[in-house]
Design a protein around this ligand. Structure first.
Ligand SMILES: [Zn+2]
Length: 256
């Protein structure tokens, strides 16, 4: 059983038996992995009590071929990302990001996917309160793009024709980006993004925070657009409860 030491972030924690935990980890070197931390719920376990959701550190995994569950022999936590638990907006966004990674990240080395998730969680833990919405959106887009699905904003997603560089952008989540006049029909729901929303989306996709920052109403519109894009291109028919929760919850919708 080779012992692999790799940076990792905890995306799901489940109690197991009397004293253990089963973790879903996104690792840099092995991608998505399931691990069992035996004895982690014993009172005197050295790392067990800190094996919490969203914690980042260095995992030691005994990897066994053809086994789904690898024993976790150590996890040195370097950043618990405790800030994520401070308010529901951060927690909701982090849960949505984790859900997307759990459903879509490969079980093999993918540094870009790992970087997007680990970087997104760190940014959410540290974001100023007024930036949390935009940081969550930028983090999810970064993961979508790392997974290989980049929306097109300068060319029609249906035919490749260049789009006007300014003004309203007609966005089709089904086709995967902006669309020309000819492709506005038959492309599913179309979001007409005015200049400000178009600039904000371009910023988020580039990993930047929109300027001026998004108010509650605009953040909600951007979450809906992101969710529609993910549904069409990544989720297939799998449910996305954390993402739907993030999209719908009242702490978001009432802040405009
Ligand atoms: Zn077109």
């Amino acid at each position: 059983m080779p012992l692999v030491t790799t940076p990792a972030v905890i995306l799901h924690v489940m109690p197991y038996g009397e004293t253990s935990k089963i973790l879903r980890l996104l690792t840099r070197d092995l991608g998505l992995q399931s691990a069992i931390a035996r004895g982690a719920r014993r009172p005197r376990s050295p790392t067990g009590p800190r094996l919490d959701l969203f914690a980042f550190g260095t995992a030691n995994l005994r990897v066994r071929e053809h086994r789904e569950l690898s024993p976790l022999t150590g996890f040195e936590i370097t950043d618990a990302h405790a800030g994520i638990g401070h308010d529901m907006a951060r927690f909701g966004a982090a849960s949505a990001l984790a859900e997307l990674a759990l459903k879509c990240a490969p079980a093999e080395r993918h540094p870009a996917v790992f970087g997007a998730v680990a970087g997104g969680l760190r940014a959410l833990a540290q974001a100023r309160a007024e930036d949390v919405e935009a940081v969550g959106l930028a983090a999810c887009w970064a993961l979508v793009i790392a997974l290989g699905f980049s929306p097109t904003l300068d060319r029609c997603a249906g035919c490749g024709a260049p789009l006007e560089a300014a003004g309203t952008l007609h966005f089709s989540a089904a086709l995967g980006g902006g669309v020309c006049a000819a492709h506005r029909t038959g492309a599913g729901a179309i979001n007409a993004l005015g200049a400000a929303d178009r600039e904000a989306l371009a910023a988020l996709i580039a990993g930047l925070l929109p300027e001026p920052s998004l108010d509650g109403r605009h953040a909600a519109a951007h979450r809906r657009l992101l969710l529609a894009f993910i549904r069409h291109h990544l989720a297939e028919d799998r449910p996305l409860p954390a993402m739907v929760f993030w999209d719908r919850e009242a702490w978001n919708a009432t802040s405009s």
